[in-house]
Ligand binder design. Structure first.
Ligand code: NAP
Length: 279
């Protein structure tokens, strides 16, 4: 019997690459999007290549009812879930001082509470079956904060904590939990990020300079297949680690080297890297 996996946010980027890769590996994949109509080309292409082995369903992680009905749809179709990949996410960029509160709530609604809604819907059946893999998309931004991405990073730090907590709670139940920490990966992420760099902002010069570097880095970043393969590695593992980095070689060193440095040194390195080491 094929292993059934649910991937949230599978219509683009990391989620789409993972959906295709896992379908290629023989998994029964359920990928989600908020709107099949808006993603019709992606859905049609998947249908043509994979048939029912990669099915798209509508799910908005910010809405309780949407999550409940999507999970019950998957359960009706597959009978059970062997794995869930909480991946659907978005970004916001700007200063702490100037970011509209509504956008901060919206960021956490998707990137943290969105994971939680899906987890609460899938964990009971995994626990009862005494089996399952839960993969949470964190970020290297959950290890160190990229300047002007405080709220995105805060959400990913929350996911890092959630990973540790869940691993302890589910210890001995047969349900395995791991987080993936991608570095920069070439996806739609920057295009959909909510940007708040007001023209008259006192931070304008540094905030814009940093965003320019972030965008430049994205253009030369690894493709999402790198992350898809790391997720597959976790799904194959009987006893996964808590955290897996999926990044280019230099960025992969970050979780190893940064804990050895003082805060001031880390901050200086980041300012230089992002071209904002000026006042
Ligand atoms: N790209 C990077 O450099 C990078 C680095 C570290 C971590 N990550 C993390 O990796 C994950 C995927 O990012 P990505 O780069 O692949 O982004 P992406 O290309 O922008 O794709 C985002 C996906 O999330 C879905 N989505 C967004 N909001 C949603 C919501 N409210 N409910 C349900 N689905 C929603 C989108 O689906 P629809 O629009 O079709 O609904 C889309 O499939 C995120 O958690 C991100 O934080 C990315």
């Amino acid at each position: 019997m094929k292993k059934a996996v649910l991937i949230t946010g599978a219509s683009a980027g990391i989620g789409l690459a993972t959906a295709k890769y896992l379908a290629d590996q023989g998994y029964q994949v359920f990928g989600t999007t908020r709107s099949i109509t808006k993603r019709q080309a992606v859905v049609d292409e998947a249908k043509a290549k994979y048939g029912d082995q990669l099915q798209f369903i509508e799910l908005d992680v910010t809405k309780d009812e949407s999550v409940k009905s999507a999970i019950s749809d998957v359960m009706n179709k597959a009978g059970h879930l062997d794995a869930v990949v909480c991946n659907a996410g978005s970004g916001i960029y700007g200063t702490v001082e100037e970011m509209p509160m509504a956008m901060v709530y919206s960021q956490f609604e998707t990137n943290y509470f969105g994971y939680l809604r899906v987890l609460q819907a899938v964990i009971p059946s995994m626990r009862e079956r005494k089996a399952g893999h839960i993969v949470l998309l964190s970020s290297l931004g959950g290890v160190v904060c990229v300047p002007f991405q405080s709220h995105y990073s805060a959400g990913k730090y929350a996911v890092e904590g959630l990973t540790q907590g869940l691993r302890q709670e589910l210890y001995g139940t047969g349900v395995k939990v791991a987080a993936i920490r991608p570095g920069d990966i070439q996806t739609e992420f920057n295009d959909t990020t909510y940007l708040n760099i007001p023209e008259n902002s006192p931070y304008k010069k540094r905030c814009q300079a940093c965003w320019d570097v972030i965008n430049k880095n994205m253009k030369i970043a690894p493709k999402p297949i790198l992350v898809a393969k790391k997720i597959h590695k976790v799904l194959k593992s009987k006893n996964p680690k808590a955290y897996y980095t999926a990044a280019d070689f230099v960025s992969s060193l970050l979780p190893i080297l940064f804990p050895l440095m003082t805060s001031k040194l880390k901050e200086k390195i980041l300012r230089i890297f992002y071209g904002i080491d000026f006042k």
